[in-house]
Design a protein around this ligand. Structure first.
Ligand code: PEP
Length: 251
């Protein structure tokens, strides 16, 4: 692990009731008391207020899973970045592969969302990653270039220091099949190298998280890699014990 502060983020997706997310947040807050790792939980929009109250006074941070590019107006069903920020959120996940695949989010839209998040005073966690078909067709670099260039071109390389990147190979998400630590490190280094061509200092500052079937038993090996600065966790973030086990691997 480098001098960058590790971040472990839980993406709770479309899960939980008011009661269950409150008790999950409480268990994570209690488990993180006195620990130095930066830990973030991202509930659904409607659970932000409950989780904010539970996390008050704890070191665990709050984030959202998506946002609108718009600030306000006639956009039925949308939630803006300033609205999310008003609940004390500090991060918003943008461009998760589920949103790219199921809601047809393009890299340009993802970049606009990242910009809206920054304009509201929060940090975007920009998800990038290839499908198995793309990897096997030798398209990994081209996919990463397309996804990252949209964000870097819109935000500017200087603003990438206030942006977290999550490398999430689509074939590893929710499949139980994590990338090996060597595979993940190779891609994280590619991403950092790509940014370094534009600004070496920014490239050293940007945190790049790995996501895709991270569990307590593979987290340590992944997080030990020089360019892996923590994780974006799906399934294993829904149980306090497994999430805290992953957090423990990041300190
Ligand atoms: C995710 O959805 O971002 C994710 C990494 O999921 P999982 O940990 O379940 O693979």
């Amino acid at each position: 692990m480098s001098t960058r502060t590790p971040l472990v983020a839980g993406n709770w997706k479309l899960n939980g009731s008011r009661e269950s997310v409150a008790s999950l947040a409480k268990a994570i807050a209690d488990g993180m008391a006195g620990k130095s790792c930066e830990v973030l939980v991202c509930p659904t929009f409607v659970h932000l207020a409950d989780v904010q109250s539970v996390l008050a006074g704890s070191s665990v941070l709050l984030g959202a899973q998506n946002c609108s590019v718009e600030q306000e107006g006639a956009y039925t069903g949308e939630v803006s970045s300033p609205m999310i920020k008003a609940f004390g959120a500090q991060y918003v996940i943008v461009g998760h592969s589920e949103r790219r695949a199921m809601y047809a989010e393009t890299s340009d839209l993802v970049a606009q969302k990242a910009q809206a998040v920054q304009q509201a005073g929060m940090q975007p966690i920009v998800c990038v990653g290839e499908t198995l078909e793309q990897r096997e067709a030798g398209q990994l670099q081209a996919v990463l270039d397309e996804q990252l260039d949209a964000v870097v071109n819109l935000l500017g390389i200087g603003s990438m220091a206030q942006c977290v990147i999550a490398y999430e190979p689509v074939w590893a998400i929710g499949t139980g099949r994590s990338a090996s630590s060597e595979q993940a490190q190779e891609v994280h280094a590619m991403i950092r190298q790509k940014l370094a061509v534009l600004d070496a200092g920014v490239a050293q500052q940007v945190r790049i998280l790995y996501g895709g079937s991270v569990k307590p038993d593979n987290a340590q090996e992944l997080f030990m890699q020089p360019d892996i600065d923590g994780g974006l966790i799906g399934g294993a973030a829904l149980k306090a014990e497994s999430f805290l086990g992953i957090c423990a691997a990041a300190v």
